[in-house]
Design a protein around this ligand. Structure first.
Ligand code: MG
Length: 282
């Protein structure tokens, strides 16, 4: 199932995308008003949505304004240096290697819709990172790698927009990863049952139509299962929590010479089997 949030005169609504149409679930009697509630309801929630879909009003997908497919999650975590060649790019920037997984937070206030504009803000080194993102479906604490994928509700596409100058103000990266509008995600959540192997998806980014990044999630250094297991050793991952699983090589800062985004540039991020988001720099 492809689940969306979209704008209406009465506020945000939730729906299902089927082909080129939106089934507006808000017009049915489902007991959920937010995507977070749907996610927390688990497989029972999805069963209720499936049953309700036949009674939903239908409108063309092209006529709705898509929002970030989840409301503000409790956590937005992102792993750094998780593809070998991107690790080499980070070496050039002087980022210290770690024998552990390297994690940072994106503040959840940075989240924006799949086609929303990116505001540069104060940075002079605006950059893009296509990533597969995971949405947690149920509380995960100290889970094994073997069990970890069972805790995933679904997947979406993210651009881990980065302010490279501010990123290195502090070792946590957080300042440069959390500017307002620097967290576009979407266009929908694809439920986990439709993604049999999240480690076999091609992902790409384009700037103004020029291919910049192209790789496969099978080339991650730390698998998605290893990521969830590792994080959950320290704290509980909760329904709706968002995890960006790393970007491959080809980011602007890694090019010679480095190239950063400017006003009017359009970044497209695609993950096969999930979808594509496209955001213009304001
Ligand atoms: Mg990233």
């Amino acid at each position: 199932m492809k689940l969306i949030r979209f704008q209406s005169d009465q506020g945000a609504r939730i729906g299902i995308v089927e082909h080129d149409n939106v089934l507006d679930l808000t017009t049915t009697n489902i007991p959920y008003r937010t995507m977070t509630e749907v996610i927390a309801a688990g497989s029972k929630g999805l069963d209720i949505l499936r049953q309700a879909a036949s009674a939903a009003s239908v409108r063309p997908l092209s006529e709705v304004q898509l929002l970030a497919p989840i409301e503000r999650p409790g956590k937005y975590l992102a792993i750094g240096m998780n593809y070998a060649k991107h690790l080499e790019e980070a070496d050039k920037l002087g980022v210290a290697r770690s024998k552990h997984q390297v994690w940072f937070n994106k503040q959840t206030s940075c989240l924006s819709g799949p086609y929303d504009g990116i505001e540069p803000g104060i940075t002079e080194k605006l950059d893009y990172e296509v990533e597969l993102a995971v949405v947690i479906g149920r509380p995960a604490k100290a889970v094994s790698e073997t069990d970890a994928l069972d805790y995933i509700f679904g997947y979406t596409v993210t651009n881990d927009v980065s302010a490279r100058d501010w990123q290195f103000h502090s070792p946590t990266f957080t300042m440069g990863k959390s500017f307002d509008t620097h967290g576009p995600i979407g266009p929908w959540l694809v439920t986990a049952d439709e993604v049999p192997n999240p480690q076999a998806l091609n992902l790409r980014s384009y700037v103004n139509g020029e291919l910049r990044q192209s790789n496969n999630t099978g080339n991650m250094i730390h698998s998605i299962a290893a990521q969830i297991s590792y994080l959950s050793q320290a704290f509980t991952l909760e329904p709706g929590d968002l995890i960006a699983t790393g970007t491959p090589e080809g980011v602007g800062v890694g090019r010679e010479p480095p190239v950063f985004l400017g006003s009017g540039d359009v970044v497209r991020c695609e993950v096969d089997g999930i979808g594509a988001i496209e955001n213009r720099v304001i």
